[in-house]
Design a protein around this ligand. Structure first.
Ligand SMILES: Nc1nc2c(ncn2[C@@H]2O[C@H](COP(=O)(O)OP(=O)(O)OP(=O)(O)O)[C@@H](O)[C@H]2O)c(=O)[nH]1
Ligand SMILES: [Mg+2]
Length: 436
């Protein structure tokens, strides 16, 4: 917060680059700009300035200077940006000069964002959205992160929290006035119906197929089947790289091999596994155990069954599982199942479209205010549990029921960072890069 050191960092990417952006935030920002750029530009307008060294006033570079006076800045403090040439020596000279000024130091990872949070400029979900936006690799991740960074999830959570606080206030008011005979009925009468409505609303929101987490962390497809059914060949074909070892020896793959792909704008994690069979070989057995475990955690299983083989169908349906006949090189196999060949490419486009369709169906009905992290989900699950206790304890004392309403609103408040989250902050901001 203000009163702390003034911080600075290179906020743009790797050097050398066309332009480098150095960010500064804190109470000495105005002094730094006046001294090193020679003047304080108009707020939020780019000004071309010579940047001089603090120590001996030698010109270091010429660049654009932006001045964002607090509190209406990203961090809430006085901030500035220096857009200079992205040469290594240029940037090093400017950073060195900034570091020589009293009260200035290099920012830690995520420190600009942390100050924005501590000064109430952004809540935790918006900051997590920003961190996701910077890390986004797929179009779906970008969209989701953008909406979260713009406060879509925060608004929903704030609404829930305010409703919970209001309910609590009504019940508390009720026991304050309970001795007065002329109070008609009980003000708290309607509260428990409202609590039930809200509990159902949160529970429905949680029942979203974990789409937010799937978009953020990737849709997990696990390739399974008997040994030699072509799983590793399929992984290589999908990733267009020679990732996994392919041989005609059954039992080649033992470890799980994961590849991240972009399919139709979604991050997809494809996982190759050991072929399922009983084996006396301890290492292979362990591979089979890991394969099954990966299958349990999959969003989708692709079970491969070799075209020429009698055996090879899955013994059980493991959930969202599709069975595909592999090695159908000329597309001549008579079957109702989808067939592919990684050798000739037959059926590969259909397979990719099938995956894309699954993802599009999953995401198309989704709310934009998705829960994107386990942290959010577990807090909401707790709040549903606490609300349920409060609602169902109909004969219990009101002060106990109110206590559960308070716990439920604290759980929601913790997601946005309104309630004791000090212990969480280091974990959350560690995800950020320096300069953000
Ligand atoms: N003709 C033909 N051969 C294929 C095709 N896909 C895989 N193969 C061959 O089948 C054999 C086994 O392929 P893999 O991809 O290693 O099979 P796997 O399922 O990973 O086998 P394990 O790791 O042992 O479980 C190799 O000799 C491949 O070249 C295909 O589409 N057509
Ligand atoms: Mg293999």
């Amino acid at each position: 917060m203000s009163g702390l050191d003034t911080i600075f960092a290179l906020s743009s990417g790797q050097l050398p680059s066309g332009i480098a952006v150095i960010r500064i935030s804190g109470s000495r920002c105005r002094f730094v700009i006046e001294t090193m750029a020679g003047k304080l530009p108009s707020p939020r307008k780019a000004s071309l300035c010579e940047i001089v060294s603090f120590e001996d006033k030698q010109v270091l570079d010429q660049g654009l200077v932006l001045w964002f006076p607090g509190p209406k800045s990203f961090t809430g403090e006085d901030c500035a940006e220096l857009q200079i040439h992205g040469g290594r020596a240029v940037v090093a000279a400017v950073l060195r000069s900034l570091g020589s000024i009293d009260g200035l130091r290099m920012a830690d990872a995520g420190e600009f964002s942390r100050r924005a949070f501590e000064n109430g400029r952004l809540d935790l979900t918006e900051l997590e959205g920003l961190s996701d936006l910077i890390a986004a690799q797929s179009e779906a991740q970008r969209k989701q992160a953008y909406f979260q960074s713009r406060g879509e999830l925060r608004q929903l959570l704030e609404d829930w929290r305010h409703r919970l606080i209001h309910m609590r206030a009504l019940v508390e008011a009720d026991f304050d006035f309970s001795d007065e005979e002329d109070v008609p009925g009980s003000v708290a009468d309607g509260v428990w119906d409202k609590a039930q409505e809200l509990r159902d609303e949160i529970a429905t929101h949680l029942n979203d197929g974990r789409i937010g987490e799937i978009v953020r962390d990737g849709f997990r497809i696990v390739l399974m089947g008997l040994p030699n059914s072509g799983k590793s060949s399929l992984l290589n074909a999908l990733s267009k790289r020679d990732v996994a070892i392919v041989t005609e020896i059954a039992g080649t793959t033992r470890d799980l091999i994961e590849v991240e792909l972009d399919i139709a704008g979604y991050l997809v994690v494809v996982c190759d596994t050991a072929g399922i069979r009983d084996s006396g070989d301890f290492i292979e057995q362990e591979g089979v155990r890991r394969a099954k475990e990966a299958g349990d955690q999959a969003d989708m299983i692709i079970w491969l069954w070799e075209a020429g083989a009698e055996d090879g169908a899955p013994e059980t349906n493991l959930g969202n599982q599709i069975v595909i006949r592999s090695k159908d090189d000329d597309g001549s196999l008579k079957t109702d199942l989808m067939t592919i060949s990684t050798k000739s490419g037959y059926g590969m486009e259909s397979l990719i479209s099938l995956i894309a369709r699954q993802l599009e169906t999953l995401v198309s009905n989704a709310d934009q205010r998705l829960v994107t992290r386990e942290r959010h989900r577990s807090a909401l699950v707790d709040s549903v549990t606490e609300l349920t206790i409060a609602i169902e304890d109909k004969t219990g004392p009101n002060d106990l029921r109110v206590e559960y309403l308070r716990k439920a609103s604290d759980d929601v408040g913790r997601i946005v960072g309104r309630v004791d989250v000090e212990d969480l902050l280091d974990v959350i901001f560690a995800e950020f890069c320096v300069g953000k």
